[in-house]
Design a protein. Structure first.
Length: 160
């Protein structure tokens, strides 16, 4: 379900050139993006819960917010960022990362930033394609475009 604006952008992109790739990785931008990430995050949380990890469910319940409100609150926190994985038709995954400064207390070094990826989820239908294509390279380029210097993975269930 793409918004009218996203459909127009998609059509312009199709008209202007043949897409170099069917896939794209970019920073979270619109309300549609947030809604879709909340839906995907609910899928991830359900799987984690079945495996005995109820962290996100517990935190959501403690907050007293509805699931989507809780995810929106996480997304808009200043020290966290979300990137989405998409085709021209839909968003099929996301990465949730904490942004941390490096060398902030060292006056002799320029402060750099590091993204610590806390959650990574791709819909099951896209996992094989993600392994076959250069998804990690696309993700690295997106994070680099955001002005982040280093990336660290801190994801417990990378097989999801």
């Amino acid at each position: 379900m793409l918004s009218e604006t996203q459909k127009k952008l998609r059509d312009i992109c199709k008209a202007s050139s043949e897409l170099a790739s069917k896939y794209n990785v970019r920073a979270l931008e619109s309300k549609y993006d947030k809604d879709r990430v909340a839906e995907l995050w609910a899928n991830l949380t359900m799987i984690q819960q079945m495996r005995g990890n109820s962290h996100w469910t517990d935190e959501s319940t403690k907050s007293g917010l509805k699931w989507s409100e809780y995810v929106f609150k996480l997304i808009k926190t200043r020290t966290y960022r979300v990137i989405v994985f998409e085709t021209v038709e839909e968003i099929f995954g996301f990465a949730y990362m904490q942004i941390a400064p490096l060398d902030a207390n060292n006056p002799k070094r320029k402060t750099k930033t590091k993204a610590i990826i806390k959650e990574l989820y791709l819909e099951p239908a896209y996992r094989k394609q993600a392994r076959d294509m250069e998804m990690a390279e696309m993700m690295r380029n997106c994070i680099n475009d955001m002005g982040i210097d280093f990336v660290e993975f801190d994801v417990e269930d990378l097989d999801i």
